[in-house]
Design a protein around this ligand. Structure first.
Ligand code: CO
Length: 179
C-alpha cells in the first residue's frame, strides 16, 4: 500500500522516534508499505524514506540507490558506530555537486556537507544485527535519514550554515529565502 508522505509542517517530523521493540507483522507490513511508497515517487524520485515521513515515529528508514547497489534496503534501530571527520560534497557521475532534498519538502534542494563515511549498526527485517559502512552519497543518505529519526530536517542545516536553498522544478530553478 502506498502511504501518504507528510509535509514539512507535520509534527511527526519534529519528534524523536522510538526503538522498534519487536519486528512483528505490523512492522513488516509498515516496512513493505514504506518500500512501495519510496519506489512510487517519481516527481521527484527519492533515495530514502524515514518512518516519521509517513507519520510513524519509529526508528526505521528505507534507502534506495541502485547506482551503488542499494535496492530498497530497510534499516531498523540504527546506531552510529563511527563517523568520519572528513566532510564531502557528494558528486554525481557528471562531477556535479549533488544537492540534498527531501520528499517531505519536494522540489527544494540545497548543498550540505556531510561526513564522507559513516558506520552504523542496525537490524534488517529478519531482526539480524548488521554492521555496515557507507561512504559518499550513500553516507549522505544515511545521515539525512538518521536526522529524521531525531526530528531534524535538512533545511535546519541549510539555515544553520547560511547555505542557499533552491526551488527546482523541471528545468526551472530559483534561489529562495528560508523563513
Ligand atoms: Co528527508
Amino acid at each position: 500500500m502506498i502511504l501518504k508522505i507528510v509535509d514539512i509542517k507535520h509534527p511527526a517530523l519534529r519528534k524523536k522516534s522510538k526503538e522498534v521493540v519487536k519486528i512483528d507483522k505490523k512492522i513488516k507490513s509498515l516496512v513493505s508499505d514504506m518500500k512501495e511508497t519510496l519506489l512510487s515517487q517519481k516527481d521527484p524520485e527519492g533515495v530514502g524514506l524515514a518512518a516519521p515521513q509517513v507519520g510513524k515515529n519509529l526508528k526505521i528508514f528505507i534507502m534506495h540507490y541502485p547506482e551503488a547497489g542499494i535496492i530498497t534496503k530497510e534499516v531498523i534501530n540504527p546506531k552510529v558506530i563511527s563517523i568520519s571527520k572528513k566532510k564531502i560534497k557528494p558528486k554525481n557521475k557528471r562531477n556535479e555537486n549533488i544537492l540534498e532534498g527531501c520528499l517531505s519538502i519536494p522540489h527544494f534542494y540545497g548543498p550540505i556537507k556531510r561526513a564522507s563515511k559513516i558506520t552504523i549498526e542496525y537490524q534488517n527485517i529478519e531482526g539480524e544485527k548488521i554492521k555496515e559502512q557507507f561512504s559518499g552519497f550513500p553516507a549522505q543518505i544515511v545521515q539525512h535519514e538518521m536526522d529524521h529519526l531525531i526530528g531534524v530536517i535538512f533545511v535546519d542545516h541549510i539555515l544553520k550554515n547560511k547555505s542557499p536553498l533552491y526551488h527546482i522544478k523541471g528545468n526551472e530553478w530559483e534561489e529562495v529565502e528560508l523563513t
